[in-house]
Ligand binder design. Sequence first.
Ligand code: SF4
Length: 252
Amino acid sequence: MRGVVFDVKRGSVKDGPGIRTSVFFKGCPLRCIWCHNPESWLPEPEPDGDGVIGRETSVEALMEEILVDRIFYRASGGGITLTGGEPMMQFPFLRELLAAAKAEKISTALDTCGFAPWEEYREILGLIDLFLYDFKAADSIRHRELTGVENELILENLCRLNEAGAVIFLRCPLVPGVNDSPEHLAAIAGWAERLSGVEEVTLEPYHPLGMEKAERLGRCGTLKCRNFPPSESVNAWRKTVASRTRKRVVVS
Ligand code: SF4
């Protein structure tokens, strides 16, 4: 079983609890206007100057890389995070990698945009300890403007995962003037409150660090913002969301 990844980051502390190895899968069905990983969009390896973005690999080879840090996962409560891109785009490979990690008793997290068939989520539910689930816009038309797809399937999958007992961190990219309205912040808090499986709301303030890559690859969205949001705005977002939900609210 072979798949295509474009990065493996050891020692990550941002993609879930503890110390983690993050595996970045290639391929994504969305086209978020703020995307800072545009090199993930196409499913296959692709040329980039003198190099290549992405490499084919096997579950066995990835597990070798993953197991190097096993001692750190145990000591810190960490594990692996499968991210991208959208890992569900390579479902058979994802399923086999998850099964291999579980066989080694490695904790697993899946970072997903939610845009995949429910049957596939259901199939791997028992192999995933934590879902890092994106929430980008509550309104479907707005969601399409921002990401290229409507959000009915995404919200339906979120509800079904919740009903099935999944542990969920709701990951909310926030872009000033784009999706930081009081209504959107209230919607984030409302979904977190309603879904018992949501343990944390992770606010992810926009950063422009992917802009250079996007320009190089000719994949710029309509968002041309080159500034980080001011810390006052970020604090205000956190306070607003935290005042409306009892769930943990953190800024990533
Ligand atoms: S889901 Fe993630 S990787 Fe895909 S376009 Fe959006 S930000 Fe980029």
